[in-house]
Write a protein that binds this ligand. Structure first.
Ligand code: URA
Length: 433
């Protein structure tokens, strides 16, 4: 078999066999196929697509490229969730204690942020003492005893996806449905989940810019899950502006605490409850989504959810006092207010640009080795539909960096102000089962 023939085959829109897909993935993982040929192959996939069988074969080839996590020592149905990537996306921080408080085991493996999107592991590490490297026994014992634990993704989990994702990032081939679907689903399958809830984001801060594309991605991933015997649901949610008001690390932890105390913003509370309720249904705690949703809402208002968060922080080695004293979390030296230059209504907040602003302030990494400033971030003061007067503060930049002139310009340009009030946006579009 020659890789050049397989690139040609896909370029002409023909269907690849399982053996051919295995050859490509194995060759790239072990270094016998170079970057430039895989780049050409991905571009051919971008334009010609893949059928269901090819996508399932690609997913399994990624899964088989590295270690698989065995969660069989954990009792019950292990339900996982994954977001297709967004800005201000602190949903995992909220749903872990929420779902665990129903007695459903949440064995979570999460990643770090890269580029304009944040990562759950970085956010949690902003809590003093919080450990995200647990040995296997502690991880399994914590899930069995407390119904929750989190670890950073092991180095050898889906190495083929890791290597190809970095390449896709620099060859403009990230936003391809077969490539995103196989990338996400391979990680979920390798990390041992029995059931999976996918949060497929659509909008300016997401890879899927249109609802039709988001639906197609959602359907593709649900099909992969089903073909591999994993009960899978996808929820399509809005990413036309950052979720909630905070984008950063420590600031997103603070905001997640507010949601679990019943003081969160409407958008993030709705999305978190929707994802958690679907996890509760797949985990077998409830038959009916609405019943699960109402129960979870109750758990927030009766204080159980926040108690479970304290327990979560404590068992991972963190300082749980932060829950009652947010000042124990890192804060930045400089807080720069960005003002509206005219009167009107906020009509859009470019979430991807806000992600870049947060990264430039120190909250994210430009390259894998960059160090994160946990205190840095952006507070979105005005959201879509809000009325603003000239010189009102629209967002606040938090940083320890002294010169932020260019970042301030980018932050201001991320907000569009129109004369007319825009229509209220939907937070959750639809669920694909
Ligand atoms: N998230 C992933 O894990 N992979 C992609 O390809 C895109 C988003």
């Amino acid at each position: 078999m020659r890789i050049v023939d397989l690139i040609e085959k896909k370029k002409l829109g023909n269907v690849l066999t399982k053996e051919e897909i295995d050859f490509i993935v194995n060759g790239y993982t072990n270094g016998t196929i170079p970057d430039y040929q895989i780049s050409a192959f991905f571009m051919a996939v971008y334009f010609k697509g893949m059928n269901k069988q090819e996508i399932a074969d690609l997913t399994l080839a990624y899964v088989n490229s590295g270690d698989k996590v065995d969660l069989s020592k954990i009792d019950g149905i292990k339900v996982d969730k994954h977001s297709s990537g967004g800005v201000g996306d602190k949903i995992s921080l909220i749903v872990i204690p929420l779902v665990a408080s129903l007695g459903i085991p949440v064995a979570k493996m999460s990643g770090r942020g890269l580029g304009h999107t944040g990562g759950t592991i970085d956010k949690l590490e902003s809590i003093p003492g919080f450990r995200t490297e647990l040995d296997e026994d502690t991880f399994i014992n914590n899930v069995n005893k407390y119904k929750m634990a989190i670890v950073g993704q092991s180095a050898n989990l889906t190495p083929a996806d890791k290597k190809t994702y970095a390449l896709r990032d620099v060859t403009a081939t990230v936003d391809s449905i077969p490539l995103i679907a196989s990338s996400i689903m391979s990680k979920k399958i390798a990390s041992g989940a029995d059931a999976i809830v996918l949060d497929v984001k659509v909008g300016s801060g997401a890879f899927m810019k249109s609802l039709d594309m988001a639906k197609e991605l959602a359907k593709t991933m649900v099909d992969i899950g089903k073909s591999l015997n994993r009960n899978t649901i996808a929820v399509i949610t809005n990413m036309d502006q950052p979720l909630g008001h905070e984008v950063g690390n420590a600031s997103e932890v603070k905001e997640a605490i507010k949601v679990l105390k019943g003081q969160g913003a409407e958008d993030e509370t709705t999305v978190a409850l929707t994802i958690a309720a679907n996890m509760a249904v797949l985990g077998g705690a409830y038959k009916d989504f609405t019943e699960a949703y109402n129960k979870l809402e109750n758990i927030i208002y009766n204080g159980k959810a926040i108690d479970k968060l304290k327990e979560f922080i404590k068992i991972q080695g963190g300082d749980e006092r932060i829950v009652d004293n947010l000042d124990l979390l890192p804060t930045a030296k400089f807080n720069i207010e960005i003002k509206a230059d005219k009167t009107g209504f906020i009509s859009s907040v470019k979430a991807d640009d806000i992600g870049i602003v947060a990264m430039q302030l120190g909250a994210g990494r430009k390259t894998k080795t960059d160090k994160i400033d946990f205190a840095a971030g952006v507070t979105i003061v005005k959201k879509i539909g809000d009325k603003v007067n000239k010189n009102d503060t629209i967002c606040i930049l938090h940083t320890n960096i002294e010169d932020t002139q260019n970042t301030e310009i980018l932050a201001k340009a991320a907000f569009d102000i129109s004369e007319n009030k825009p229509e209220k946006i939907k937070y959750v579009y639809e669920t694909i089962e």
